[in-house]
Design a protein around this ligand. Structure first.
Ligand SMILES: *Cc1c(COP(=O)(O)O)cnc(C)c1O
Length: 391
């Protein structure tokens, strides 16, 4: 601290650690004590900062962390996080020794890559921990399940040497919809696979399936562990599910007013001149743009929150700035705070307006946006990716 640059308030993301803790508690209460919780912290914890969030979630009792790649896993290990980590994506087989060295569990999803991982693990001190992923209906990563005829292939995989089959899982593409028959069939398929493998003497300790949508809609999908991401950050996969659990959005994307001025009737606003003032109006230039993660698709459509009121976005959102109408917000001045989204202005609303999902908005918060961590409303930590992480 004490560095003028490091305390710059331009655009920043406030992350409420209290909100994450409450959300974690709500998920725990819902799944019960017998079920493990894998906290999905891939993509920098959905933009919230993987290291800071993993530290908190470890403290709260998360059993596992889920990441997309080896690099994301190593970031956590380098920060001293010793909690079990599952890499949900692909890792080339020649990196098996790195996985073993850092005690990382790897997803396996077909014979060829599993055999390659087994071969590459042969000379290591320990077997490689793996979770077998079965594709029961998403056509993404996973061994394609075609019914019981697929069982011999699964059993053969599980008997490969140098691999320790710690987990068995599948993924649900439509878990947010209640009573979806295909989701029900996927859950039943995973159950059948687990039981059939057990009958062959292959007992895999951790069977898992539920993402956030399923935590709300499909109690039967819980098995031994759930993989929850979005709920921990205080959002639901569909806005309509928000009332089903007591969640608090953890992130508030904030900016400041750079300039306030009156423009004349007919004045063009922003690139492309897509908006012209119908009459003289008060506008504020806000110090955030699409490079900070505020979608350009919100140009002329959304509102920001200034001094307790909604101010419409005028014309195109630029890379680093945007212009808003503050004619109805009295007394706005340079330096005043602006909320782009957060508890007072829902990310679900902005996602709908920009034709995307809340996941994409929170993940897109830019690298130049410092993450400011709050407990009881006070800053306890700050990460500035440009200036070298934590201060
Ligand atoms: C990202 C991811 C999750 C978490 O999804 P949420 O909807 O955020 O809970 C779970 N499982 C897999 C395989 C994932 O890739």
């Amino acid at each position: 601290m004490g560095n003028a640059v490091s305390v710059l308030r331009r655009t920043w993301a406030e992350i409420s650690l209290d909100a994450v803790a409450r959300n974690y508690g709500a998920v725990r209460a819902r799944i019960g004590d017998g079920c493990r919780l894998l906290a999905t912290v891939k993509a920098d914890a959905y933009g919230h900062g993987a290291v800071a969030l993993a530290r908190l979630l470890r403290e709260l009792g998360a059993d596992f962390f889920g990441v997309a790649s080896l690099d994301e896993a190593l970031e956590l290990r380098r920060a001293g996080i010793e909690t079990p980590i599952l890499i949900l994506g692909f890792t080339p087989a020649d990196l098996a020794p790195v996985l073993i060295e850092h005690d990382l569990a790897q997803t396996v999803f077909d014979g060829e890559t599993a055999r390659a991982l087994a071969r590459a693990s042969a000379g290591c001190a320990r077997p490689l921990s793996v979770h077998l992923k079965v594709d029961t209906g998403m056509s993404r990563l996973g061994l394609v399940w075609r019914g019981p005829e697929t069982l011999p292939a699964l059993t053969a995989l599980c008997r490969l040497p140098h691999l320790r089959f710690e987990g068995l899982f599948t993924h649900l593409p439509v878990s947010e919809a209640a009573n979806d028959p295909e989701t029900g069939a996927q859950i039943a398929a995973l159950s059948l696979i687990r039981d059939a493998l057990a009958a062959e003497g292959v007992r895999i300790p951790i069977c898992h399936c539920a993402n956030s949508g399923a935590v709300i809609q499909y109690p039967k999908a819980r098995f031994d562990m759930v993989r929850a991401g979005l709920l921990l950050y205080g959002l639901t996969p569909e806005a309509g599910l928000a009332g089903r659990m007591d969640l608090t959005p953890a992130m508030r994307l904030c900016s400041v007013v750079s300039q306030v001025k009156t423009i004349d009737r007919g004045a063009a606003v922003s690139y492309g001149r897509t908006f012209r003032a119908p009459a003289a109006m008060r506008v504020a230039v806000v110090a955030a743009g699409y490079a900070d993660g505020y979608p350009r698709a919100l140009s002329g459509r959304a509102h920001v929150w200034i001094a307790g009121r909604r101010a419409p976005v005028l014309g195109h959102v630029c890379m680093d700035m945007m212009i808003v109408d503050v004619s109805d917000v009295p007394g706005v001045r340079t330096g005043d705070p602006v909320v782009l989204f957060g508890p007072e202005l829902s990310v679900d609303e902005l996602a709908a307006l920009s034709g995307t999902i809340s996941y994409e908005l929170i993940c897109s918060v830019g690298r130049r946006v410092p993450r400011v961590y709050l407990r009881a409303g006070a800053e306890v930590d700050r990460v500035n990716y440009l200036l070298g992480g934590e201060e």
